[in-house]
Design a protein around this ligand. Structure first.
Ligand code: SAH
Length: 381
């Protein structure tokens, strides 16, 4: 069966949304154009959000032509939107090589990432697929395909903002992929997203979430922008965590917490530990005590997330009583802990499932589970 990726144009041009003023200044100079043209191009790209190079009307025709030989204004399109205006909306985005990623818009952020409750949060992807194979996660089910470019990361925000007609206030890198495994593109995207000439989102409103790549966490600790860090922990002892997240065999908890201490010594913002509660796997009260100890050692907040069932994976969420008991251990130990039960989060948490279903139905990937068994979210769509 022919696949979308084979049908994609042989030479897909990158989007201008990944360019910096310096890169455009160099390009303009190499074309023999006056320097002020660079500023105009950057303005058309980011401030005015021009959706085509043709529409950049203050540029000469030959300059537009030269730009169009090298770039496009948009490299992706919205293939599908699910959810509604007052709940979480999930966007399936088609890339210019025929692959798909997901981006999730969460209307109100209940102050989980340091934002205010009336803020719109966008959960963005950093890779197509994921190599880390966490046992609870749909994104890794079909393996890793490729990194997203900085432009493809930035374009997710631009496409969603254009679709909803509103600005996004908070970004969390909790969509598909491991952001710290795509380090240089992530950093470039964050710089563009933060820049005044770019998208203009405050660094404190961006959270990078990682499965625990200790060396990259140490490196990121020296990144000058005051972004926030979240760790997908999901196990408070090595035996439990290794069962859930194979990455723990490479970077164990001792190494991870050493990196987190480095982060803490260099940064002001508190970290967040994400902990999915999975019945009889990591929801034991003994884990709660260990988790409390670990959270206190780095002054981190804890977000508890009831496991969202993924078809093809066996685990279940614990009873509400067990979830509450787990949280209460943390609270009693003086740890700031939240337990999220909203439906919206279910959809966000299931990031990767919509793409899995789309790519499976198009024959781009082989289904790790029979396609008709893949459902999205917790039936909330
Ligand atoms: N690779 C990065 C970014 C992916 S976000 C990281 O590991 O942090 C991963 C987060 O998505 C998890 O920490 C969890 O909060 C959420 N998530 C993924 N699958 C889930 C599931 N089945 N149920 C609940 N939350 C899930």
């Amino acid at each position: 069966m022919p696949t979308e990726s084979l049908a994609a144009p042989a030479r897909a041009l990158p989007s201008l949304l990944g360019t910096t003023p310096q890169e455009i200044t160099d390009l303009v100079a190499s074309l023999g154009e006056p320097g002020f043209r660079a500023k105009q191009i950057i303005e058309w790209t980011y401030a005015k959000r021009a959706t085509s190079i043709e529409a950049m009307s203050s540029l000469s025709k030959p300059l537009r032509q030269a730009l169009a030989e090298r770039y496009v204004a948009r490299s992706m399109s919205i293939a599908k939107v699910t959810g509604s205006e007052d709940t979480t909306r999930k966007f399936l985005l088609k890339l210019n090589d025929g692959r798909y990623i997901e981006t999730v818009l969460i209307p109100a952020n209940p102050a989980l990432y340091g934002g205010d409750s009336d803020r719109r949060t966008l959960c963005v992807s950093s890779q197509v697929g994921c190599a880390y194979d966490c046992k609870f996660c749909a994104s890794g089910l079909a393996g890793f395909t490729r990194n997203l470019t900085a432009a493809e990361i930035v374009e997710q925000i631009v496409l969603v903002e254009a679709h909803v007609g509103e600005r996004v206030d908070n970004l969390v890198f909790m969509g598909m992929g491991e952001p710290l495994a795509n380090y240089s593109n992530l950093i470039k995207a964050i710089e563009i997203l933060n820049a005044e000439w770019g998208i203009g989102i405050g660094a404190r409103h961006m959270t990078v979430s990682t499965s625990g790549l200790a060396p990259q966490i140490k490196k990121l600790a020296d990144f000058p922008l005051q972004i926030r860090l979240a760790i997908s922990l999901h196990g408070a002892s090595d035996d439990v965590r290794s069962k859930i997240m194979p990455v723990n065999q490479k970077h164990d908890l001792a190494e991870l917490f050493d990196a987190l201490q480095t982060w803490r010594s260099k940064r002001k913002q508190h970290m967040t530990l994400e902990y999915i509660l999975i019945k009889d796997v990591n929801d034991m009260i003994a884990q709660a005590h260990l988790l409390a100890k670990r959270a206190r050692s780095i002054h981190a907040k804890v977000n508890l997330i009831p496991y969202n069932t993924v078809e093809g994976l066996d685990w279940e969420r614990p009873s509400e009583a067990q979830q509450d008991a787990f949280r209460d251990v943390l609270l009693a130990a003086g740890v700031t802990a939240t337990l999220r039960r909203e439906k919206g989060h279910d959809i966000a948490a299931a990031c990767g499932q919509l793409r899995l279903m789309q790519e499976t139905s198009e024959g781009i990937i082989q289904s790790p589970v029979p396609a008709k068994r893949i459902t999205i979210g917790a039936g909330a769509l």
